[in-house]
Design a protein around this ligand. Structure first.
Ligand SMILES: Cc1ncc(COP(=O)(O)O)c(C=O)c1O
Length: 468
């Protein structure tokens, strides 16, 4: 295909290149290994298999769209965090993705579980997850949720406000129970995708500010409440973070507060949680650290600061979600329509519509997230064209993959697979346009099994009780 423009060929070609980081691949059918789960591979015919299961066969049996979860890869990533952070508490952040099977895998791999709602707690309970290894988060836990947490005996509650401390104190007194708590503090470090900005501005709903004195006051109040035992401080600076510098600033501030609590309130807290947020690769642009590197960096940061303050290192914990489940899952879609759209400068962008979209992956629309994709059912020798993979919803922003080179002969009926959709895709999925949320199918050693089934029209209609 050739395009002419009065500004010259490079003008149109520039628009065709997509974002500056996106390179036209030499082999458009090849997988970029760091974006895929460990067992993903393509055969000579271009058929993509995960966990020994060819995706065309999986799609034929389970339909599309479908989330495909590579069990061996998930367990390996969980195990890598467990081993690299030996001596830490490692809490899998269930908000990234949770179902009863995954809760069991987390238990079997020896990790703890972080939940942040009564619903996630119910999944953990249904899975038989040991409650003493559950941490309960949330900036607005209801009294009912706190009562459930006390009744089932969750190991720790991460308190996030003065109101919550009051509610928890009242509940423990009322029910004759006790709670171990961490205080979620705001360290004044705002972390964004590829950068961090150390700032005194703490304009957000989570945590109690260190700089304003609210966090110290919270410690004072928890220590004064008879049914609540203060175990430590908790700091989570954000998500999809690559630079350890953000953690360093936060750890320094949190450890200073930890030391201040010891000197001013006379209590040496035994624990500290550094949160999650470790970045993964969504595109060739992302270069995540291994758990081993993260562990040595975080430990060195904390040890250095403890030495400077002349204090003992508290028992540390972390809460990775995305870095465990994110790369373990991909989504397989079927292509419906293909539409070349003329752009300024004579360029053309090929819109490839798939049978899902923002209802199964809202991250692109919500966070301007980048993804990649590949043809999953066949090889193609066609020239790669700059494509945009879009969904079927009634929003122009219903984009799954903003920019990717796909073979120019992609057509209705082709299967496309998007890697790294394990975190915050199914868990943020919606029924927008009354879409049926797709199944999560686990694959391992050539066997596919449904963990979450596809929703049905009956599921949708079951909540519509009408006015009859
Ligand atoms: C308190 C807390 N811990 C852990 C996480 C997990 O973050 P990630 O999935 O990026 O590792 C989050 C994510 O929002 C969080 O808010």
């Amino acid at each position: 295909m050739s395009h002419t423009h009065e500004a010259g060929w490079a003008h149109a070609a520039g628009a065709l290149r997509g974002p500056s980081w996106l390179r036209q691949p030499t082999d458009v059918d090849a997988l970029v290994p760091q974006l895929w789960s460990a067992t993903a591979s393509k055969d000579e015919a271009g058929v993509l298999s995960v966990g020994g299961v060819p995706l065309p066969a999986l799609a034929a049996e389970h339909g599309t769209p479908a989330y495909v979860l590579d069990e061996a890869d998930f367990r390996a990533r969980a195990g890598a965090f467990r081993d690299a952070f030996a001596g830490y508490g490692v809490y899998y952040a269930g908000k990234a993705f949770l179902c009863t099977a995954v809760a069991r895998w987390i238990d079997e791999e020896g990790l703890n579980l972080d939940v942040c709602s009564g619903g996630e707690l119910a999944v953990a309970e249904r899975a038989g997850f040991p409650m003493e290894r559950v941490g309960f988060h949330g900036n607005n836990k209801s009294t009912a949720e706190l009562a459930t947490a006390l009744r089932v005996g969750v190991g720790r509650i991460i308190v996030d406000s003065f109101d919550e401390i009051e509610r928890l104190a009242a509940l423990t007194a009322e029910t004759g129970t006790s709670a171990q708590v961490l205080i979620r503090v705001t360290a004044g470090v705002e972390a964004h995708t590829h950068e961090y900005i150390a700032t005194a501005h703490e304009d957000q709903k989570f945590g109690l500010s260190i700089s304003s004195g609210a966090a110290l006051e919270a410690a004072r109040r928890v220590l004064a409440a008879p049914g609540i035992e203060l175990r430590g401080l908790h700091s989570h600076i954000g998500s999809q973070i690559f630079a350890s510098a953000g953690f360093e600033v936060a750890a320094r501030r949190v450890l200073r507060l930890h030391a201040q609590i010891a000197t001013e309130l006379g209590v040496t807290l035994p624990e500290m949680d550094l949160g999650g947020g470790f970045g993964i690769a969504y595109t060739t642009q992302d270069d995540p650290s291994t758990p081993a590197t993260l562990a040595s960096e975080l430990t060195a940061i904390v040890d250095g600061e403890c030495a400077a303050l002349g204090i003992e290192r508290p028992h540390l914990s972390i809460e990775p979600g995305r870095a465990i489940v994110g790369p373990s899952m991909c989504t397989v879609y079927e292509v419906g329509t293909v539409k070349p759209v003329a752009l300024d400068g004579g360029a053309v962008r090929t819109y490839v519509s798939v049978d899902g979209g923002m209802s199964d992956n809202v991250r692109t629309a919500l966070y301007d997230a980048d993804y990649s994709c590949t043809l999953a059912g066949r090889r193609s020798d066609a020239e790669p064209v700059l494509s945009r993979v879009v969904g079927k919803h009634c929003e122009a922003g219903d984009i799954v993959v903003k920019d990717e080179f796909l073979p120019g002969d992609v057509a209705g009926g082709d299967l496309l697979a998007v890697p790294a959709t394990g975190a915050y895709c199914r868990s943020l999925a919606s029924n927008y346009n009354h879409a049926l949320r797709p199944p999560v199918v686990a694959v391992r050693d050539g066997v596919a099994r449904t963990l979450l089934r596809r929703e049905t029209v009956e599921d949708l209609l079951s909540t519509d009780v009408g006015d009859l």
